[in-house]
Design a protein around this ligand. Structure first.
Ligand code: HEC
Length: 192
């Protein structure tokens, strides 16, 4: 191929490119009614909204949000292992915390159960259980207050919040007791 032919073969597409460019510029200038120099106003709305759209897409793709309610984390990692994530328990084995009168009435009863455990026959929402709950290890007063407040305000329960001071008070009243409660003992201690 001669040098002339080769530079012509390069010049042609370049010229075509310039012409196409001019046509686009002319077309857009006609469209916008003035020489077309892009500004953000000319961008289609969807492009202007791109950052928001990206944020929405990222949120939709994000992993499930970490638990936000205080106590939810403790519930999920400790209590749910037995009482299940929906707090409905397992028939005959783990009683429900959802709608349980042991959970959501006086604050002392559920605090006593979490501090020292519960063993033997117990009736929960009309069903009988006869098992044993050891006190979950590693929960300080604040964590117990949080998890009980969470359980008492979720799963169809409507019990008042419990603070760490209340847990400390009940802990002190145990005077070092470590043996799990029986349901009869707990019932006798309940405010009438
Ligand atoms: C290792 C399994 C296990 C874990 C963990 C556990 N429980 Fe229990 N829980 C039981 C069993 C079993 C019973 C019934 C004991 C019985 O039959 O005497 C029970 C009973 C209860 C009761 C009284 C009955 C009822 O259903 O209302 C409450 C309240 C309770 N648990 C709260 C909790 C809370 C709050 C946590 C988490 C901080 C927790 N439990 C963690 C096994 C567990």
């Amino acid at each position: 191929m001669s040098t002339e032919a080769s530079s012509a073969s390069k010049a042609l597409p370049a010229a075509a490119g310039v012409i196409v460019g001019l046509l686009i510029f002319g077309g857009l200038s006609l469209w916008f009614g003035r020489p077309f120099i892009p500004t953000t106003n000319d961008l289609p709305t969807v492009l202007k909204e791109a950052p928001q759209l990206t944020a929405v897409a990222m949120a939709a793709n994000a992993p499930p949000a970490a638990p936000t309610a205080p106590g939810e984390q403790t519930f999920n990692t400790v209590c749910a292992a037995c009482h299940q994530a929906n707090a409905k328990g397992i028939a005959g084995t783990f009683p429900p915390l959802a709608g349980s009168s042991w959970v959501a009435q006086d604050p002392e009863t559920p605090i006593r159960i979490v501090l020292a455990g519960l063993s033997g026959a117990v009736e929960v929402s009309g069903s009988q259980y006869n098992s044993m709950m050891p006190p979950p290890p590693g929960l300080d007063d604040a964590k117990i207050a949080e998890v009980l407040t969470f359980v008492r305000s979720h799963f169809d329960n409507h019990g008042a919040a419990i603070d760490a001071a209340k847990v400390a008070e009940v802990r002190a009243s145990l005077a070092g007791r470590a043996a799990p409660w029986s349901a009869a003992e707990l019932s006798a201690l309940r405010p009438k």
